[in-house]
Design a protein around this ligand. Sequence first.
Ligand SMILES: Nc1nc2c(ncn2[C@@H]2O[C@H](COP(=O)(O)OP(=O)(O)OP(=O)(O)O)[C@@H](O)[C@H]2O)c(=O)[nH]1
Ligand SMILES: [Mg+2]
Length: 827
Amino acid sequence: QKYGDILNNLGVKKDCRHPPYITYIKEQIRVIAANIGNVVFICVANPSTLIQSISDAPKDMISIVNTALDEISPSGYVWYTNYLGLAPLARTILMGANDAKIILCGHSTGGAVAHVAHYSLISNRDYNFGNDKVISVAFGSTPFLWKSNCDTLENKQFVTYFDDQDIVPALFLPSIAKAQASRYCENSNRVAELSKFVGANFHNIMAHISEQEFKHYGVWIKLTKGLFGLERNQTDLSDHFRSEVFNTERTIQDISNKHSMANVYRKLKTFFNGQVPTSQNSATLNFCLREATAKCLATDELGPKILPCLLNTAIAGAVVTKRFGDNTIFNTLVKFKNDCFLYRLSLHDNVKCSKNDKSYDTTKNAEEDSAPWVEMLDRLSKIKPEGENTNDIMDSSDEFNHTNISTNMNSLAIHTAILLGLNHYDGEKGTTILKYAYPVAMGVVGVFGVIVTGGAGLVAGFGTYAVCTGGFVAADAAIISGISLGFAGASIFSGCEAYQAFSQAFRGADQDHFDLGIQVRLESYQEASDHYTRHLEYKAKSANIKVTEPKDATVNEMSIIAIDAPVSLSKNSRKLWNRFVPILRGIVELRKLCKNLVFIVVNGNQGVGKSWFIQSLRKVEHGSRVSTDYPSFYPYSPHQNTDAQVYIIDLPGSDSVSDKLRQYVKELFGIGSIGINLFQFDTRPQQLDREMLAMRNMFNGCSDVLICLNKVMSVPLNMKREPDNSQPLLSPILEKWTDYFEQNGVMLSGKNPKYHLMAIDMAGTNELPPFDDGGDEEEYQQECVVFERKVKRNLDILTVNGGKSRQDVVNWIDEKVKLLIKSRTMN
Ligand SMILES: Nc1nc2c(ncn2[C@@H]2O[C@H](COP(=O)(O)OP(=O)(O)OP(=O)(O)O)[C@@H](O)[C@H]2O)c(=O)[nH]1
Ligand SMILES: [Mg+2]
């Protein structure tokens, strides 16, 4: 609303105003992207996580692009730029909309990151969009670039505004900052104050300042005396930093004020010159922008404990365990479904009462709402266990397809989570429940309901919800998903199933674009889970249970099932409470049953070797090439942890153009705990933007991901059996790949990195083992010996040259499974 008002005041026409896209990670705003007409603003929020990198900046520097090794920047800035996906975002927008212009901007460290992103974008060898397409604008930021033979003015598209008394632009400057700081550093209180302000240890900064002199790259515009004396300072700012104005004695409060957005930089808006961007293509560009943000920007990690993920995992878990003869999860789901039905009955009783309609058929309505669960469990009930004999079980393969999870597992999980996330109590607000009883009972209010009904008001009516925002879902999921607001709106009043609305939303997004489908799921999962968590919080509070860890629904689940409905509640609310508790018990039970369940998901392009990889892992002989159509699951016995029930999932190629093949992959989104992504080995990475993004999306929520550069032995490298050089031949190649991955936000280094890299060849050859055609036995045996010798020789060559083989992968998996189970037991 406020954003709209500001634009309105600036004279921006209605058809150029669109809701901004906001990325939250760990509940902090990271990036805001919006377009006004043909101008795209990508605004980087000032990230608290970069504080350490400021402390370390002068000594911890890395190159912004690996082709230019002497153009370096504080590693934290580069890391954050890559992690957020800013350069790919800008590139994708420019590719998608040829009249777009981009402004990357930010305040303080956010501004420095905006500059780094800009620098990284235009230094990429694939950048060919022209110098006037992109500009980066920073406010009060540190310098970001150290470069030998640097002409600071080589690119005027880098603009930094700074207040003449802001000390942040002087940070990292050895000669100036040292002099500046020395007088503060004499007094330890001041150092503490200063450190608090910078958010970093000032002593450290000073200690680390080396001979490297940062350059004030681009155009630096000094704001003096209440902004009216804008000075373009072109080359050397050192005069300014030595000037009296800069070196006046000031309190820490002054220092902080002179850096602050609110006190200094926001005033700049008075300089807005009134040229409002206009474009007939504003809406088209907005769509392109949304698509690009969904594909490129980092997303929050799905917590393993969030309810929709648990339900998905439990359904998938029921499929696999039932197939292998264990009905425990399936039976728990059946009971869960029945308990949800009873709860719905009570809700519809309320509807009947609120409508004062004797003909309202409570049972029929509750049955209709429960139908998707009934259909799902009906399909699962038909799953037959594999043969009785254990060997058979280990050799069997199975699929996720229309006979089991079908294409509505996600919708079902989200729909259910929203039902359980809505607070139906009349506690504080008297009769609110009656007013909204119908949409509430339908489970419509929630992700889409919030938009449709003008949300905030309705949700606020229940006293406990805040509207959680995501990019699409909160802004306009409808456009993305292909359902019109009218449709979702109508669903509330016409009685169209909310569940269908979700299914349609996903299908709409899926058909348009793979990544959007994933993004819409991600946001819906988070939104639904948020509602559920808050609902439990509300319940716990109403029963005077101390809510210790509000972000964690599991704690409140346990507390609530341990007590009776509070007597302070009305009779109606107590009834609902009593119907809710068995559902919670079911959830607690499902959590327990899923604790040892581990899905390892294997992803990669068509033909990269996923199926062979899994066959090698399971020591199953390779067959002739059969392309995988539906996700298949296989039991895998880890060698260390006997409690874990591990299943490996083989996916169809992620570059498949067939919607049918990709549909089921998306349904499995969020169930994987460990990911394995295969890339075709090459001596250097090719342009893999799409693959990088697909991998990050696919493995959102996984604790660890192994990236394998696969089939090393199928590439002619002339690797020797006894290399004469001490450095393994594959090491420099792996280094190149590592750089490439990190520049695309796939972090392989740092503390506890999520991603791990190996160059492997599981089979040792792409030839098939000899086939016993029933002919000469001796000849066949001889062929086998030759084949095995060749494989062994190849694998020896691979490992002495720095590659990894099957055993290394097995060890990695076993270790990760062990750690995963351990961490789940501890929680
Ligand atoms: N050298 C070598 N070649 C392999 C290896 N794994 C697979 N290949 C070759 O790559 C081909 C394709 O392997 P698949 O496992 O079917 O590929 P996929 O990724 O499952 O393919 P889709 O199911 O179509 O996505 C095989 O037929 C082999 O020729 C390996 O470990 N080493
Ligand atoms: Mg396959």
